[in-house]
Design a protein around this ligand. Sequence first.
Ligand SMILES: Nc1nc2c(ncn2[C@@H]2O[C@H](COP(=O)(O)OP(=O)(O)OP(=O)(O)O)[C@@H](O)[C@H]2O)c(=O)[nH]1
Ligand SMILES: [K+]
Ligand SMILES: [Mg+2]
Length: 444
Amino acid sequence: MTDALPVREETIFAPASGFGRAAVAVVRVSGPAAGPALDQLAGGRPEPRRLSLRRLRDPGTGNILDQALVAWLPGPATATGEDMAELHLHGGLAVRAAVLRALGRVPGCRPAEAGAFSRRAFLNGRIDLTEAEGIADLIDAETEAQRVQALRQLDGALGRQVAAWRETGIELLAGAEAALDFADEGDVDEDGLDAALAGRAAALRDAIRATLADGRRGERLREGFCVVLAGAPNAGKSTLLNALSGRDAAIVSDIPGTTRDAIEVRCDLGGLPVVLVDTAGLRETADVIEAEGVKRTHHRIRSADLVLHLVPADGEAGPEDFAEVPVLRVRTKSDLPSGAPGEGGLAVSAVTGAGLDALLDAIQGSAASALGGDDALVTRERHREALSRAAGHLDRVATAPAGFPPELVAEDLRLAVRALGEVGGHVGVEEMLDRLFAGFCIGK
Ligand SMILES: Nc1nc2c(ncn2[C@@H]2O[C@H](COP(=O)(O)OP(=O)(O)OP(=O)(O)O)[C@@H](O)[C@H]2O)c(=O)[nH]1
Ligand SMILES: [K+]
Ligand SMILES: [Mg+2]
């Protein structure tokens, strides 16, 4: 990132490790007063980038607070780009509270709000927006596949690709601007330039569209593969949710219409994140609360990645209309004598456990084919929206009819570059102007 922003004036501090007692608690400090904070609490700044054992004292009273490992990390080559200090304390609640209190007394120091360290890292150009999102996703990752995807994004896979596209877009824009400048002077072959420009814009558009045609694998992996359990009341949905997740998450009873609110349980199936959703049984009902539950069920079904349509061995199939969502029919209560002959699908019994492993395998298989395949670069709707917009502007350039006003071509390229810049948080035009003047320097 090239847009240099001023270093923040304030110094922030916060525990970097979790809450609750632990062997060690790490407190991080970032900003111009990080050094003075070490001077006042630790009696000086140790050798940079080395952990040193120090007695921490309250700067007001001189009382010893803890024995801690202390690091002095002068900027700008730090996580935030600012001067930083790290205090590795004994992880007791009172120790940490006392040290945080003492830091609060250092002039210019204040507690950090959520995300403040990453925000500074972004503002100081240490990471781009996609890397900041990668950090957040890595911290939130619950399954192996999510961890791998988050780390790939933190490592810059998406950021680098989009930056390369943006570079190409800036080159095209510079070319278009130059053509505009010299159009009146008659020393540029306008038709030839237009054809080349259109061809390169089309290639860039196609590259972006190919990346977008990923079946939303990246977003689904972040959010979890959503499996909705649906069927008539008393089909055994809540019982099956509990059996599949190994948790007593949903209320079960022999009263039809027990479940009203959708109940979600997140699971790890072979390293893949799967969200199981229990829903209200589908039926016409005069009960307003149950009717609201049924409405919510329909909503859940529409946004599902897979619907398990539960049909009890001893009962009716219930409604069959599940729109465009993939449906797996599951015959429940297979321990009961069957009223109707089985018509394919899987048969399970929550009472005997029969068929549960096969059902889990089937769910895992669907999740694997939806989430697996080539590594997805796009992991959020934000990326998808900006990239689609960029591709749309490039498409207008690629398909512009002969004689299309060059100002409008340049404007579309500018908007495409801007949309690409939004992905990584680079939206400045300075860089573009630098390049324009550097690449087309003709003594004007
Ligand atoms: N024999 C047998 N009974 C089951 C099985 N699964 C569920 N049941 C019983 O079927 C009844 C309904 O189970 P629920 O899990 O509450 O059914 P549901 O589909 O969630 O019902 P609603 O929330 O009312 O739509 C309960 O009495 C369960 O004990 C099974 O595999 N075998
Ligand atoms: K029930
Ligand atoms: Mg239920």
